[in-house]
Design a binder for this molecule. Structure first.
Ligand SMILES: [Zn+2]
Ligand SMILES: [Zn+2]
Length: 657
């Protein structure tokens, strides 16, 4: 009898590694962690129970899947940083009583809290006292205590406190769903989850302060937004601050100017980059590199105009969707003609597909274009080369039969990974966006085609060993897609290329092919761009390498530095021979000391310095310095050229240089 009741009080908990253990009903993730090891329990921040992130102290009453979250999990960090926002609010409230609080979410790196100081001055010189207060409060190891509150009680609490922001947030909440979290003397309206106690927060840094409109509405009150970050170890904060400094040094807007790659002119217009000679050549090298890889992979290059008639975008559906937000129409003197700047290349490529009848044997047809497109972005959204109004996509559209989707996906992934490797991105992952399982009717295309395409994308990503996250409900209504993310040398994540399946455009443009059954069929269209855009890609490349490009891309590969004017003829002669081998760079003829010439070449990130003086000229040798490596000693010019050519052909490089 006893055994029997006990049996009903047990639940099965399954772990990410597939293990299943039995626990008593009502057990918390923290107790589960303790049953494994005390060390683990010390590090548990929150837990994912059946895919929902909850407090480590929450109770589990039925069979469940569990993942214990620590600092090493994105969701664990989120819990940690959001809890730190509460701690910062507590510190601010104790230092500036009467402060009102808006919202305080975790963000990608750290957290912020929007506060209303009631007109009190606030600036970065006040950061230190808040940081110190936070550390003091953290040391008290106060628990984060969750409580269910009725809507009436919640309203009464914030009325008494006089916080109209929380009162407004409460208006949108339903009675019975409202929870408070309290730590120490601070209570916040919050749905959680939170970390077990404040003592886990060991290092604190307030980063910046900015104005932010309440609820993002510029007609509402401007609040003070304080950005901050916290860590479980002081050393981690130090490392983060170091990376932040590094990131400033690598800012592509700063380096782009110093290396004379690109510029902006207000007269030309905001968000419209001007490519300078060195940047243009760099861009051309990237294009040629991809062009060659694409020709090998069976793509056919095409070129289409920068504008197109309104009709094209009415057919494609872009006019109805983006018409009023896009650039204004261009009207010609001829009546009734209306053109638009091209926002994407796909409709043009559909028209190329239609230039002749296609048979199943002609497919796949892969049309590639470095197509420059224009999109309206608000002033405030523009940022260096990463958010611009005119940019060139390394675009291609693959028109294929439904049974070819998987094979084409594999080939595109191969191409993208080849590009990543050649450009030094060694850490990458993919996000696969699929339909919302519950609402299949909101997607166009047959259920059968979708099922096949979705399975194909997941299979191709697995087969190619891509670390992949699958997101349901993230697909566009016209097809599933795969996005590539890369991690740069500073650990920052960037979204790069996309592969997108499209069932809609072939339908709107009535694209067809004759099948082996002699009947008309509709092809599937795949949009893909490994770089995304050349502008964005160059920006990411600059930030990843800090301007130390791989040798094959480097604007100047070498600088010949004569020690004095006596050796200029020898320097010129060497340079001619280097140019014959397609090695590029310059001879520094200036009447400067050699130390200065070396320093300047280093500032301009020139990979090789070829130093020539009396000894070199007499022996017919060159002395080589390599950026990041120092002196390589003296050698014959032939030996140097062999060394440089080998590095160019390796197509890999060390981004840490
Ligand atoms: Zn909270
Ligand atoms: Zn497209």
């Amino acid at each position: 009898m006893y055994l029997c009741t006990n049996f009903f009080r047990m639940i099965k908990i399954s772990f990410p590694d597939g293990q299943v253990r039995e626990y008593e009903k009502g057990i918390s993730p923290m107790d589960i962690a303790l049953s494994i090891s005390e060390g683990l329990a010390r590090n548990v921040l929150s837990a994912k129970v059946n895919d929902v992130v909850v407090d480590a102290s929450s109770k589990i009453n039925e069979d469940a899947k569990i993942q214990l979250l620590t600092w090493n999990d994105e969701d664990g960090k989120k819990t940690y940083w959001h809890s730190s926002a509460h701690l910062m609010a507590e510190a601010i409230e104790s230092l500036y009583p009467g402060t009102k609080f808006g919202i305080g979410p975790a963000i990608e790196n750290g957290f912020y809290y929007d506060i209303d100081l009631g007109g009190k001055e606030f600036g970065s010189d006040q950061f230190k006292e808040i940081e110190e207060k936070m550390i003091e409060l953290a040391k008290a190891k106060n628990e984060f205590i969750r409580s269910d509150v009725s809507k009436n009680d919640a309203i009464a609490y914030f009325k008494e406190k006089g916080d109209e922001y929380k009162l407004e947030l409460l208006e949108g909440l339903e009675d019975g769903s409202i929870t408070f979290y309290q730590q120490g003397n601070f209570t916040d309206l919050c749905k959680g989850p939170h970390i077990p106690q404040t003592g886990l927060i060991k290092a604190v840094k307030l980063l910046s302060v900015a104005g932010a409109y309440w609820r993002g509405d510029e007609t509402r009150k401007q609040m003070t937004r304080i950005y901050a970050i916290t860590f479980p170890k002081a050393k981690e904060l130090e490392e983060y601050l170091f990376l932040l400094e590094e990131a400033k040094k690598r800012d592509h807007r700063k380096l782009g100017k110093e290396l004379e790659l690109f510029a902006f002119s207000e007269k030309v217009g905001m968000g419209l980059p001007l490519w300078l000679p060195k940047g243009t050549l760099l861009r051309e090298r990237l294009e040629n590199f991809l062009r060659r890889a694409q020709i090998r992979a069976g793509y056919s290059p095409v070129v289409t105009p920068h504008i197109a008639s309104k009709e094209l975008y009415v057919t494609s559906g872009h006019y109805a969707k983006y018409g009023k937000d896009a650039f204004q129409p261009i009207r010609t003197p001829e009546e009734g003609e209306e053109f638009f700047l091209k926002p994407m290349n796909c409709p043009h490529h559909c028209e190329i597909y239609k230039t002749k009848p296609r048979s199943y044997k002609d497919l796949p047809l892969r049309l590639a274009e470095f197509g420059t497109v224009y999109r309206y972005e608000q002033h405030g959204e523009l940022h260096g080369l990463t958010r611009v109004r005119g940019f060139t996509q390394d675009d291609a559209h693959i028109f294929c039969r439904p049974d070819q989707v998987e094979g084409e996906f594999m080939k595109v992934i191969d191409l993208v990974l080849y590009v990543f490797k050649a450009l030094g991105f060694t850490e990458y992952s993919a996000q696969v966006s699929l339909r919302d399982k519950e609402n299949r009717e909101k997607y166009i295309g047959s259920d059968e085609d979708w099922d096949k395409a979705e399975a194909s994308i997941i299979r191709s990503a697995q087969e190619k060993g891509l670390p992949t996250v699958v997101e349901y409900g993230e697909a566009a209504f016209y097809g599933p897609k795969l996005d590539f993310m890369v991690k740069d040398a500073l650990g920052r994540k960037w979204q790069l290329g996309t592969i997108q399946v499209d069932y809609q455009l072939p339908q709107r443009f009535e694209l067809e092919y004759t099948g082996s059954d002699n009947l008309k069929h509709r092809p599937v269209m795949i949009h893909r761009a490994p770089f995304g855009s050349l502008e964005r890609f160059v920006a990411i490349l600059i930030e990843n390498t800090g301007g130390n490009f791989p040798l094959w891309l480097s604007p100047d590969q070498l600088a010949v530095l004569p020690i004095s004017e006596k050796y200029e003829d020898y320097a010129n002669e060497l340079f001619l021979r280097l140019q014959e081998q397609d090695l590029r760079g310059y001879v520094d003829h200036r009447d400067e000391k050699i130390g200065r010439k070396i320093r300047d070449a280093e500032v301009h990130k020139v990979p090789f310095m070829i130093i020539v003086g009396e000894k070199e000229q007499a022996e017919g040798l060159v002395s080589i310095r390599k950026k990041g490596h120092g002196d390589l000693g003296s050698m014959t010019l032939e030996a140097f050229m062999a060394l440089a050519q080998e590095e160019i052909h390796q197509l890999t490089f060390n981004s840490q240089q």
